[in-house]
Design a protein around this ligand. Structure first.
Ligand code: 8PZ
Length: 533
């Protein structure tokens, strides 16, 4: 049967719209191995996409067959994602750093027809995949062809899967979040309405391709006719390299998790002054510690800082400008209102809609951009795609996020924490985030994380703090401050000074690893020396 045709709502169709109006505009600007910048126009990106699509089509795969794309963000990997989209082949992005064991888990789960890796990467001898290929600027080279399928599909529909992202929860089984073309296209159209980026923007992406924050950067940049500027991993290794690259690439918007900014703020904040054309910074993934956020604003006067909140299950829910300057004594950042393609509702512990300002509840998200479900996991799906608590009778499902927020006077929301960061201590409900925000009000503390550490048959609150420079926290004074601000059962048992908080591959605070380190004092000192070095 002939090649399947993409329908109106297809990721390829949306992202390649600029080809018709501004084919010569740069779609991607990236550094080569020597750090020299190269431009790929929208026209060239489309040609490369067509070339990959022709090669993939030659394999005779059917709509719905999965393709693992192992790569960093580049013009070539973007073209590969677009080629998959065009043919209705769901892509599963994997970063080159992924250990074989994790990749094997993903492969066993999604049973891909093909593992396509960037040219520069060695084959994975220990991972068993049906087909394998590598790709780069010169095309797609198939090493082992998958068995030809009987094609049962002609049209790639909006409801077909565009991609599957495996969430990198540091505990438990990884879950594959299945996103349809309709969802991602609807989401990106809402971003256009909200004008997050425009044609003149040069958008730097810093997240690994397996994290949907990277897909967000690709989507926002190309769907608004802007230029995507992927930052190489090696350029993120030092503040000087990172800022040097952002400056040379004349970046106007930077996307990154809060921890992206921690090293430069701590070691070389003056470098930030070099970012002349920078207009906006979008952060997402976790809370930005308020002292670090203040510092960033001081060093980047006039730059818009946007708090992007949301989960892979709908890409994102809201984008809120951080007030400049931040009000003194502010404890919680606003996540404002949902973006143009969604609505957030708070639901209390009894299942009632929260309408009283000042009250806290769990965020439920209503949107045509919701995920389809977790790959091969109907139970986990049913636990979070639930009947609308506002009115279950219409049968529509909403997404129960697991995040808590407080309702503001104008109907705006402030982020409180994950519902699973709510712990019980001797019968008292404790919000770990509340202790963390208390700690960040101490002088010199720029970031803090609190976990529950097992100790002689019990669990005790243990805190880790990062300071604005060398030295240790004055534990006695810090504990006295906590005792003044918090009920006794919320005061941490001990406070450790760390040079850095341990991070997951996606750049979020790795709470599981932190708990493990704090649980054994010897390993805590290891961590301290390792990170101080
Ligand atoms: C947060 C925040 C925040 C997420 N403040 N906690 C991508 C692109 C733009 C915006 C948002 C995204 C997200 N899909 C990124 C992400 O982290 N996705 S995730 O599925 O890995 O984690 C989602 C969880 O991270 C949320 O449920 C929150 O708990 C937390 N989170 N953004 C505070 N701005």
């Amino acid at each position: 049967m002939e090649r399947p045709r993409p329908s109106v709502d297809n990721l390829y169709g949306l992202l390649m719209e600029p080809v018709a109006v501004a084919p010569d505009r740069p779609a991607v600007v990236e550094a080569d191995d020597k750090g020299v910048l190269h431009e790929t126009s929208y026209r060239r990106l489309d040609l490369l996409t067509q070339e990959y699509a022709a090669a993939l089509d030659g394999l005779g795969l059917d709509v719905g067959d999965r393709v693992i794309v192992e790569a960093d963000t580049s013009a070539a990997s973007v073209a590969m994602l677009l080629a998959c989209s065009m043919l209705g082949l769901p892509f599963v992005t994997v970063s080159p750093q992924t250990p074989d064991t994790r990749l094997q888990t993903i492969v066993s789960a999604v049973e891909p027809a093909l593992h396509a890796r960037a040219d520069s990467l060695a084959p994975r001898e220990r991972v068993e995949v049906e087909g394998s290929a590598h790709f780069g600027p010169d095309g797609l080279v198939v090493e082992r062809a998958p068995a030809r399928r009987v094609r049962r599909r002609r049209n790639v529909l909006a409801t077909d899967t565009a991609y599957i992202v495996f969430t990198s929860g540091s505990t438990g089984r990884p879950k594959g979040v299945v996103m349809s073309h309709r969802s991602i296209v609807t989401f990106l159209r809402a971003m256009r309405t909200d004008e997050l980026a425009g044609p003149g923007d040069r958008v730097a992406g810093t997240s690994p391709l397996q994290f949907d924050f990277a897909l967000f950067g690709i989507g926002v940049a190309l769907s608004s006719g802007a230029t995507l500027v992927p930052v190489r991993r090696e350029d993120l290794s030092s503040p000087r390299r990172m800022i040097g690259f952002l400056r040379d690439a004349e970046v106007t918007q930077v996307h990154g998790v809060p921890s992206l900014w921690r090293p430069v703020l701590r070691h070389d904040p003056d470098l930030l002054k070099e970012l002349e054309p920078l207009r906006s910074v979008v952060f997402a993934g976790e809370e930005f510690p308020i002292p670090e956020l203040r510092r960033l604003q001081e060093m980047l006067p006039g730059v818009r800082v946007v708090n992007g909140y949301g989960a892979t299950e709908s890409m994102a829910a809201s984008f809120t400008d951080v007030p400049d300057p931040l009000p003194a004594g502010l404890e919680r950042l606003s996540i404002g209102y949902a973006h143009a393609g969604a609505e957030m509702t708070l639901v209390d512990g009894r299942g009632a809609i929260v309408t009283e300002p000042g009250q806290t509840g769990e965020i439920y998200l209503r949107s045509p951009a919701l995920f389809t479900g977790y790959w091969n996991d109907p139970e986990a799906t049913a636990a979070v795609l639930v009947p609308d608590p506002a009115d279950p009778r219409h049968g529509q499902k909403v997404f129960k996020t697991g995040d808590l927020a407080r309702l503001g006077a104008q109907g705006d929301l402030s982020f409180v924490g994950r519902s699973d960061y709510q712990v019980q201590i001797h019968g008292n409900r404790v919000e770990l985030g509340e202790i963390e925000s208390t700690l960040t009000r101490l002088p010199r503390v720029t970031a803090a994380a609190v976990t529950l550490v097992p100790r002689s048959g019990d669990h005790v609150l243990t805190a880790a703090v990062v300071l604005d420079g060398p030295g240790d926290i004055d534990t006695r004074a810090a504990l006295a401050f906590c005792a003044q601000q918090l009920p006794a059962y919320m005061v941490p048992r001990s406070i450790h000074t760390l040079a850095e908080l341990p991070l997951t591959v996606n750049g979020k605070v790795d709470r599981a690893l932190l708990t493990e380190k704090l649980a054994s004092p010897r390993r805590t000192s290891d961590l301290r020396h390792a990170t101080n070095a």
